[in-house]
Design a protein around this ligand. Structure first.
Ligand code: ATP
Ligand code: MG
Length: 187
């Protein structure tokens, strides 16, 4: 999988629909303080299912919806869509299993001010769980090590052994099997 683009609509400072393409393997987002660079990363975490407002630098989940600025009224909903290329030149980077049939994978999340939260996979409504399943074991995910945020290095250095182990297990690709086992045992 390779992230091809992100579409932001009504999310934080991105009130008008905008699609950011990631055309090469290295992209840098630059701009003055407060222009919305970190909001893009918040969007990536959020669409993958992040449910803690704090992790998204807000107080409540509705804080991700554009809440107005000088001359612009607040809007009623926010959505983010990530599109991944699942047909990379390097077959090792292709997501297998039920996903192998798709050359492109898209994941979308939408929330409304009245608290409705919807997820879509390739345009079809799905559960939050389907989205977390997709990313489990890929190294991507709302809290994954693929996103290195401010303070993360020191958190890792200071992590408790069980926290460190969870990170290593995700990197080794075994966390999804542990999760399945846990679910089976709880049934
Ligand atoms: P820095 O260089 O300081 O890290 P940045 O480019 O990362 O800045 P962000 O933190 O991404 O900036 O963006 C902050 C801006 O987003 C602020 O101007 C804030 O008002 C705006 N913002 C955040 N949430 C919302 C919202 N719900 N509605 C409207 N604007 C918002
Ligand atoms: Mg920032």
């Amino acid at each position: 999988m390779r992230l091809k683009s992100i579409k932001l609509v009504g999310f934080k400072s991105f009130v008008d629909p905008v699609t950011v393409p990631f055309e090469s393997n290295m992209t840098a987002i630059v701009g003055p303080n407060g222009c919305g660079k970190s909001n893009v990363i918040d969007a990536v975490r959020w669409v993958m299912g992040e449910s803690s407002a704090k992790m998204l630098r807000g107080e409540s989940m509705a804080d991700v919806i554009f809440n107005g600025s000088t001359g612009r009224k607040p809007v009623g909903q926010a959505s983010i869509e990530l599109t991944f290329d699942n047909d990379p030149d390097d077959p090792q980077r292709k997501l297998g299993g039920v996903y192998a049939q798709y050359a492109e994978l898209s994941v979308k999340r939408l929330v409304t001010r009245d608290g409705q939260s919807l997820y879509y996979f390739n345009g079809e409504k799905c559960r939050r769980r389907d989205i977390s399943d997709l990313f489990l074991g890929t190294g991507l995910g709302p809290r994954s090590y693929a996103i290195i945020g401010q303070g993360m290095i020191s958190r890792l250095v200071e992590a408790r052994p069980d926290e460190l182990r969870a990170t290593l297990e995700e990197a080794a690709g075994i966390s999804k099997y542990k999760e399945r086992r846990r679910e089976t045992e709880n049934r």
